[in-house]
Design a protein around this ligand. Structure first.
Ligand SMILES: Nc1ncnc2c1ncn2[C@@H]1O[C@H](COP(=O)(O)OP(=O)(O)OP(=O)(O)O)[C@@H](O)[C@H]1O
Length: 259
């Protein structure tokens, strides 16, 4: 292997170094460092208010850290705004859905494809391009298991289907890193299992940073888990290591909780 290839193989998709964000006296993320390697699913867990969303919003560029660096494929993106980071391949889904409720599922995916190509959402302007984009949009819906729901509006979709659609919308921008902020929130057991299967199918094809409270999903999916408590990463390790770690059990899982 050449030096360049070796270096590429070792470069994490995402590397956060010493990230700090405070809101007045409250330090929401405190000297946080973590990495997501190519094809890795890295889960971030922690109690309510630990700073998980604050970390995600710093990574995607919606808020600026007070200190620290964010490297994306080895490039320092700390000073870039959110749209520039999205163009580089940082894709995110939100805790609260950001879909256009009156648009159909396929129109939401088309919007995302058009945005990636820097175009406007004008179905009449270029029929050939639009036919190609329609085909792409169908493909993304198919990938997330929504092939049959393309013509339904977001408002007509079940909660779990909206989450699947959010992932299709993120994938349509062809991200290199997926930031998933509590995708299982508000789901029943059946929907969570179905989304877990979907994320399992995306694993390895994308680097994924998953913020999630559903520990069954986290334990089923994660290659590595970082545990955030009061803004600090108290431990990073494999599923087995996290299950066994006494401080993690005490701080997050609870000593009594069977893992
Ligand atoms: N814009 C803000 N202004 C002031 N305080 C904030 C702001 N955003 C977050 N915080 C505070 O920062 C801390 C971390 O919040 P954050 O939402 O990042 O935690 P979280 O781990 O994502 O929690 P949850 O699991 O409940 O979503 C909390 O104490 C929160 O109240």
């Amino acid at each position: 292997m050449t030096d360049a290839l070796l270096q590429n193989a070792a470069t994490p998709v995402l590397a956060i170094e010493g990230l700090r964000k405070s809101f007045g006296a409250l330090v929401a993320t405190d000297n946080v460092s973590l990495e997501v390697g190519p094809g890795e699913l890295h889960a971030l867990i922690g109690p309510n208010g630990a700073g998980k969303s604050t970390l995600i919003t710093q990574i995607c560029g919606e808020i600026r850290p007070n200190a620290g660096r964010i490297l994306f494929e080895g490039r320092d993106v700390t000073a870039l705004r959110a749209p520039a980071r999205a163009r580089l391949g940082l894709g995110r889904t939100f805790q609260i859905t950001q879909l256009c409720p009156d648009f159909t599922a396929i129109e939401n995916v088309l919007l995302s494809i058009e945005a990636r190509h820097g175009g406007s959402f004008d179905m009449l302007s270029n029929p050939r391009r639009n036919a190609a984009h329609l085909e792409l949009a169908r493909n993304w819906l198919d990938q997330v298991g929504l092939a049959a729901q393309g013509d339904r509006t977001v408002a007509q979709l079940a909660h779990g289907e909206r989450r699947q659609l959010e992932i299709a919308v993120a994938l349509a921008r062809q991200p290199k890193l997926l930031l998933l902020d509590e995708p299982m929130a508000g789901m029943g057991a059946e929907e969570s299992m179905s989304l877990t299967r979907l994320l399992q199918s995306l694993k390895r094809r994308y680097a994924i940073l998953l913020v999630e409270h559903d520990m069954d999903a986290v334990f089923a999916l994660a290659d590595r888990i970082s545990v955030l408590v009061y803004g600090r990463v108290v431990f990073t390790g494999t599923v087995e290591e996290v299950r066994e770690h006494p401080e993690v059990r005490a701080a997050y899982l609870g000593e009594d909780r069977p893992c």
